[in-house]
Design a protein around this ligand. Structure first.
Ligand SMILES: Nc1nc2c(ncn2[C@@H]2O[C@H](COP(=O)(O)OP(=O)(O)O)[C@@H](O)[C@H]2O)c(=O)[nH]1
Ligand SMILES: [Mg+2]
Length: 440
């Protein structure tokens, strides 16, 4: 492991206030799994101020005795150019724009080793911010299964930050991360050469330098973060306004001028930065990853081939749904009959206790019969959710959603909307099936 050592330009963090460790990474790379392992599931959940984005933080369990270390599970994001509010919060937290999130003492970028190239795109963006950073190379088991062999030392050298391989779901590699976190802030320095990770054209670097100085004057204390912010602003095609630092209104003018100068020099600022990053990431990937069994087909691939087949996939889906609904109606029959019996008995018993009249009608025909009519559906609903849960956990639901995407997109819906439609269809079915209901 080559952790690059360099004198941090800012003073050592205060030791009386808690230290902050921010977890960040692409969606589904294992951030929350790692968060749970580090905090022992004791999380404080709230919202970021003014928005309904979940904020999850907890104390590092088994951390240093005299130092409170807080772990923050940031929302997942694919890049620092956000497409949603969640992603915007993750970016703003890392750019230290949120008043409620202090400058992190360590940023742990959780990286899915089985999707390394895509994940490195984001990881390099975060490293460029210049915070003390660790790469948690998660899903090492999946990468191994897929025949990917990552040279961890080389990756660490290339990125200029420590890289720790791990399987968060099995607790592997967590101890090594704890060692680093428990000796914060001494164990970690800033990345070796954040500005050299992705080489951009000198013309862009020139424009970024003047924007960086303006951003620093607006209060961004870290030079590396200010440069990274400048590059993000320059290349941000769609969300420039939400990308401006606080009180950075006049920056807008400066960004437009910088872009105009680049265009005059024949440089496409929209693509130049993205291309430079892809080139850098591909080079790192080629250097650090060896594919040992590139053509081996996994079980998941073989299942995909059948289950998402244009014809066979639909046949299987129809069979699965028929089986599911048939089983629901068959298995639910006995508990439903029993529940109906119980509700009827309660109604009759209560009816004998009350004199005939409006009150009896209200209680027996209204309250008991009404609640009973809902209650008898409970077995079917429970079974339906049991089946849906099973299909989701086995990964079949995702394949069914993929299969339905083409059809659903014709009415402007996403393939995933097939799932709520399925649930509502089940309820509608109940109203008309079995054809002759046992009770009116
Ligand atoms: N095979 C494997 N699965 C993992 C690993 N880490 C997490 N997972 C699983 O990946 C899924 C997504 O994890 P989660 O922590 O929710 O990801 P998040 O979206 O980044 O918070 C869960 O089902 C985890 O159990 C790992 O190292 N190996
Ligand atoms: Mg999560």
């Amino acid at each position: 492991m080559t952790a690059s050592r360099q004198e941090p330009p800012t003073p050592a963090p205060r030791r009386d206030a808690p230290l902050l460790v921010a977890l960040t990474g692409n969606p589904n790379c294992g951030k929350t799994t790692l968060f749970n392992a580090l905090t022992g599931l004791r999380a404080k959940v709230g919202n970021y101020s003014g928005v309904t984005v979940e904020r999850k933080e907890g104390r590092l369990r088994g951390g240093p005795p005299h130092q409170h270390v807080v772990v923050l599970d940031l929302p997942g994001t694919y890049s620092l150019s956000p497409q949603s509010l969640d992603e915007q919060i993750a970016r703003d937290a890392l750019l230290t724009r949120l008043p409620e999130v202090p400058v992190p003492d360590a940023v742990v970028v959780v990286v899915d080793a089985s999707n390394l190239q895509r994940n490195l795109f984001y990881a390099t963006q975060v490293i460029e911010l210049g915070h003390p950073t660790i790469i948690a190379l998660n899903m090492a088991d999946v990468a191994r299964e897929n025949g990917l062999e990552v040279n961890v030392e080389q990756l660490s050298r290339a990125l200029g930050v420590p890289v720790l391989p791990m399987v968060a779901s099995k607790g592997e590699g967590i101890a090594e991360l704890r060692v680093l976190l428990n000796t914060l802030p001494h164990s970690l320095t800033q990345p070796a050469n954040p500005a050299g990770l992705v080489r951009v054209r000198p013309e862009i670097e020139r424009e970024a330098a003047s924007l960086r100085d303006r951003i620093a004057a607006l209060g961004q204390r870290h030079a590396a973060t200010a440069r990274a912010e400048a590059l993000l602003l320059l290349g941000d095609d769609k969300n420039l306004e939400n990308n401006l630092p606080r009180a950075g209104g006049e920056l807008l003018q400066q960004v437009h001028e910088a872009r105009a100068r680049l265009e005059a020099e024949g440089i496409d600022w929209r693509t130049a930065l993205i291309e430079a990053r892809y080139t850098a990431v591909s080079a790192i990937f080629e250097d650090c990853v060896r594919e040992t069994a590139p053509d081996q087909e996994t079980l998941s691939d073989r299942l995909d081939r059948v289950l998402t087949h244009r014809v066979w996939g639909l046949v299987i889906l129809a069979a699965v749904l028929t089986l599911m609904f048939q089983s629901i109606f068959t298995f639910a029959e006995l508990p439903m009959t029993l529940l109906e019996g119980v509700v009827g008995w309660v109604g009759r018993e209560v009816g004998t206790l009350l004199p005939p009249g409006d009150l009896r009608s209200l209680i027996v025909d209204g309250a008991i019969a009404g609640v009973g009519a809902v209650l008898v559906f409970l077995p079917q609903i429970c079974l339906l959710f049991l089946f849906i849960g099973f299909l989701e956990d086995t990964g079949y639901m995702a394949r069914a959603a993929f299969l339905m995407d083409r059809l659903m997109s014709k009415v402007g819906l996403h393939g995933k909307s097939f799932i709520p439609m399925l649930s509502s269809f089940a309820c509608a079915c109940r109203a008309s099936w079995p054809p002759a209901p046992s009770k009116a």
